[in-house]
Design a protein around this ligand. Sequence first.
Ligand code: ZN
Length: 250
Amino acid sequence: MKKRIILCFLFTSAFVHAWTHMGSNTYGWKQKKLTFYVNPTHCTIPESELYQRIDNAIRAWNGIPNTDLEIVRSATVATDGDAQFRAKTATQVPLILCSQQLSDYGSVNANAILGFVPYFDENSEGYVHYSGLVLNAQPGALAELSQLAPGEVELIIGHEIGHVLGLGHSGDPDSLMYFQLNKEFLLVTQDDQDGISQLYPRNVLGGALGCASVHQTQTKLPTTGLIAVLILLIVLFVMGRFSFRTEQLL
Ligand SMILES: [Zn+2]
């Protein structure tokens, strides 16, 4: 008597993405509406231009599907400055400011770095709660703010905002979060969007009708499958008994 039941379930899933988290962060900021504060003191381009670059960068990150994240720029000028930010006492965070001495933040090459994110602190819940970006306003430095084209400034501010939001560097060369900024204009790609959607997932609550509809669909499929399995088992059982009796007779 031979009974052979072969059941094969093969589930293959591939999750391929190039984006990474900033540090160990997996949650981003707790608030979904995040206000960036700007202190334009020491910045070496006109305030109106600075705000335009920042607003364009912020706009690029807004409107991503499958996330409730909304970034805004504070309408009021930040009073927290360089000293408060470095002392970790700034309350207006995330903060954007300009530094005249990048070495205050450690070994930062002022001839190559236009902007950077010096802090990315998480609280006990795993949410980032202290961060911001520093723009290069160091006199005579090659990468000082006024030395770069407007598009480059916008691109770099957008990239650094991505870090502040919780994204690390991406392996996708097309991504805004790619470690080398070799693009001509700011563009948030699908890879960037995937990272933000993971950090700030949209909270979608189905209504009563939606839930009922989903549940009904889900209960039908297992029932059908269960019946098929039961029929199969009954057939095999009957065949097995027949086979067993045949062997006994032989
Ligand atoms: Zn970067």
